[in-house]
Design a protein around this ligand. Structure first.
Ligand code: 5AD
Ligand code: SF4
Length: 438
């Protein structure tokens, strides 16, 4: 049997795309290889959000090239956001690549790989009109009881730093009926937790006569789905209806990942985020008033062009004021073709480093205080498997999306009650009390 290997970079959307790629390759009769060396077809699903994933991919590709020099029959396919961003020059940069595809053309990958025969001709990307949801493709899921569900593709925002709109195109919503059919099908397969995915989930639906609040409510009634998550919302589109749906739907988890990016209204404006610090903080108040036990996480960028020390300090103070449960912190990375890459006053690397180090310290401090508040409580945990660091313990996540490492005997996929006994900035520790529902 011929074998494939998929290497995935980037966000949850990419991880989900990779499930579809794997499902499709399996439908073509290929089996999964444990490592790149063992595979006949090597797929790279790339990310280009910052320079770092670009560099990591370049290192991987150099290895793949060496493998192909030894075994010229190996097929190398490069997809995802980096491939799309480099579509004009990908084949000239990397002549040993056989197939290239953008994030919107996964449904075509099967044809391009030669419909089973894998007699590959060097094929290139589809066009913008070819963009299609991969929702009808088979998928290869890592976990029986958790699933991602794509609700839209593309993004209509114009954030000055971000390459995503250029590579994933204009926003298109998937039909609500199609999404619900998928969710119900997943529930029948034993899925208990779904994560709705979109570049901006709460602008969902304008083009298909729906909206995100309605979608949440419809998913909430699906029998067997006990946890609903979503990522990512844009603060500018977080309307009252969505807050109400979160508060009222039993399955929707008490967690919002709400990317702030900067705590300075001046910088937010330069970023074209279209909200101010004050408006964001008001939204946080509204969310917390409606959902008292809400966990909040965020994305933060330091060193956006022109960011002053004072403006950076406003990001620090926003972290303290909101009291985030966690945050992804990024050093601004200029992306070719974006507005911010050609702005004057790019910040020196060293200053960006200093700022991110300080920010990480504050984030950890605040997150640890939030985690400590949970000690002594009993939390509902969805068991994911053994702990990665100590297999004598189990690992799972609370509704607020915190990882818990605990002593217990439950099986993966079970919901259990865990008494929390200790906390770090990222993880809780505890002891299983009883199984909630098998
Ligand atoms: N540089 C640094 N971070 C970025 N992000 C997006 N583009 C850039 C960039 N050019 C961050 C944002 C976004 C997250 C997914 O990545 O914080 O929310
Ligand atoms: Fe995901 Fe953005 Fe990376 Fe694409 S560029 S994989 S959308 S994080």
């Amino acid at each position: 049997m011929r074998r494939y290997h998929v290497t995935t970079f980037g966000c949850q959307m990419n991880a989900h795309d990779s499930e579809r790629i794997k499902g499709m390759l399996e439908e073509l009769g290929l089996g999964e290889a444990p490592a790149q060396e063992d595979a006949d077809v090597l797929v790279f699903n790339t990310c280009t959000i910052r320079e770092k994933p670009d560099r990591r991919f370049a290192a991987h590709l150099a290895q793949a090239r060496a493998l192909k020099e030894r075994e010229p029959d190996k097929v190398i396919a490069v997809g995802g956001c980096y491939a799309e961003a480099q579509r004009e020059r990908l084949f000239s940069l990397y002549p040993f690549v056989d197939v290239a595809f953008g994030p919107g053309s996964i449904p075509h990958l099967g044809e391009w790989l030669g419909a089973g025969g894998l007699g590959v001709e060097r094929s290139a990307f589809g066009t913008a009109e070819d963009r299609a949801f991969a929702g009808r493709l088979p998928r290869h899921r890592e976990r029986r009881f958790q699933a991602w569900v794509q609700i839209s593709m593309g993004c209509n925002s114009v954030c000055a730093y971000c390459i995503v709109p250029a590579v994933r195109g204009r926003e298109v919503s998937r039909r609500p009926g199609e999404i619900l059919a998928e969710v119900e099908g997943l529930a029948r397969e034993g899925v208990r937790e779904i994560t709705l995915l979109g570049q901006n989930v709460n602008s969902y639906g304008r083009d298909v006569g729906s909206d995100f609040a309605k979608l949440l409510r419809a998913c909430d009634v699906a029998e067997g789905i006990e946890r609903i998550r979503f990522t990512s919302p844009h603060p500018k589109d977080f309307r009252a209806g969505v807050i109400a749906a979160m508060a009222e739907c039993a399955a929707v988890c008490e967690h919002a990942h709400l990317p702030l990016q900067s705590g300075s209204t001046r910088v937010l404006k330069a970023m074209r985020r279209t909200y101010s610090r004050e408006r964001y903080l008001r939204l946080v108040d509204e969310l917390r008033a409606a959902i008292p036990d809400l966990a909040l996480t965020t994305d933060l960028i330091v060193g956006f062009p022109g960011e002053t020390d004072e403006e950076f300090e406003e990001t620090v103070s926003a972290v303290e004021q909101v009291g985030y449960d966690g945050a992804f912190t990024f050093v601004y990375s200029p992306r070719q073709g974006t507005e911010a890459a050609s702005l004057p006053n790019q910040i020196p690397e060293e200053l960006k480093r200093e700022r991110i180090e300080r920010l990480i310290e504050v984030v950890q401090h605040v997150a640890e205080a939030r985690k400590r508040e949970r000690v002594g409580r009993v939390e509902e945990v969805l068991v994911e498997g053994p702990s990665r660091t100590d297999p004598a313990f189990l690992r799972g996540r609370t509704r607020r999306n915190t990882t818990v490492v605990f002593a217990g005997s439950a099986a993966p996929g079970e919901l259990v009650q865990v008494r929390i006994e200790d906390a770090t900035s990222t993880t809780l520790r505890g002891v299983e009390l009883a199984t909630v529902a098998a």
